[in-house]
Design a binder for this molecule. Structure first.
Ligand SMILES: [Zn+2]
Length: 343
């Protein structure tokens, strides 16, 4: 039996995932497509997490397939493979699902996933065709900068954090709701994707209307590539990205070897980063043996100790900023005031 392609649909609540899915199914013709839908947060009276809603749809509920229901997901797919003839499986994630852990479930063994080794090992039986993220092109940046954490999210993630995650790990990004988005919204979003996920293919749609051939059996997924942390940062570090002519989204890279004083940095960050910075990420040398990861999306900035430098003598700070009409000198000034004064 040959390996069955799996397409994963991600996208925030209201982005139009379900509409897109229904449109795909309406074009399936003689293609045998099974669907796994992850419902979470909706009222569900059934105690079981796996519900067969019709002959080709399985619903996974009472949890999230990217974390708590990873084992159930493996079982649901295994069940589909055993009970029917299939050409394709489409998985619709919840609005707060993260693409990477869902993809991992089909690229690693249950042991490697830290799950019960008795769960079905699907390697060789299925493979990911593409990770697809649907985006509400009209509201993307407004949501990205929304303060506070996502309602109902146990992990207390910020809106920008999750939206970024969903964008960065997609092979295909569908800019949906083009009928209500302004040309500026769309342009800015396209430039933002070109910077943060240069390898993604971008499709545009109104009410999820896209030819099925553009989404299914496109063979765009590459696990090695996806697992490579921060490929977009490496890309930006490699070459100079000119400011885009049209919308003015550009990048600025701050580099220094001198350590930054964390207390002083916190004082500066209290005041907030310049408003035109949308996203920034990189490494901080705080003068200790431990490298700190700076990760900023929208209203969220985390500084997280990640592990020891390979060589503390070569510790460095390197931060990539993405924003609109960035002022390099302003960023330089801001951060330089946190540099530790050499004695
Ligand atoms: Zn999850």
């Amino acid at each position: 039996m040959s390996s069955i392609p799996v397409t994963v649909l991600c996208g925030f609540l209201g982005s139009g995932k379900t509409t897109l899915l229904n449109h795909l199914l309406s074009q399936s013709k003689d293609r045998k497509i099974a669907v796994i839908v992850n419902e979470f947060g909706e009222i569900n009276i059934d105690a079981s997490t796996i519900v067969h809603t019709d002959e080709k749809t399985i619903e996974l509920s009472n949890g999230c397939i990217c974390c708590t229901l990873r084992g159930d997901l493996l079982e649901a797919v295994d069940d589909l493979l055993k009970t029917r003839e299939l050409d394709h499986i489409v998985i619709e994630s919840t609005g707060i699902g993260e693409p990477l852990p869902i993809a991992q479930s089909f690229c690693l063994t249950p042991e490697e996933l830290d799950l019960d080794p008795g769960l079905p090992n699907l390697l060789g039986k299925v493979h990911i065709d593409a990770m697809v993220t649907v985006v509400d092109a009209a509201q993307f940046f407004e949501m990205y900068h929304r303060p506070g954490t996502i309602e109902g999210d146990d992990l207390e993630r910020g809106y920008g954090q999750l939206l970024q995650e969903q964008l960065e790990f997609a092979n295909l990004v569908v800019l949906n709701k083009l009928d209500v988005a302004t040309p500026e919204d769309v342009q800015k979003l396209e430039e933002f994707i070109a910077l943060t996920n240069p390898r993604a293919k971008v499709l545009k749609s109104i009410r999820g209307v896209i030819p099925i051939e553009d989404i299914l059996s496109v063979e765009l997924f590459d696990f090695e590539e996806m697992s490579q942390l921060d490929s977009w940062m490496l890309e930006l570090e490699k070459e100079h990205t000119p400011e885009s002519e049209t919308y003015g989204l550009g990048t600025y890279i701050y580099r220094t070897q001198a350590p930054l004083d964390l207390d002083r940095l916190y004082d500066i960050l209290e005041q907030g980063l310049p408003r035109n910075i949308i996203r920034s990420k990189g490494w901080l040398n705080t003068g200790s043996d431990v490298a700190t990861l700076w990760n900023h999306t929208g209203r969220f900035l985390t500084l997280e100790p990640m592990g020891e430098w390979n060589n503390p003598a070569e510790a460095f700070t390197e931060l990539v900023f993405i924003g609109q009409d960035l002022d390099g000198a302003e960023i330089e000034d801001l951060l330089s005031s946190a540099l530790t004064v050499l004695r």
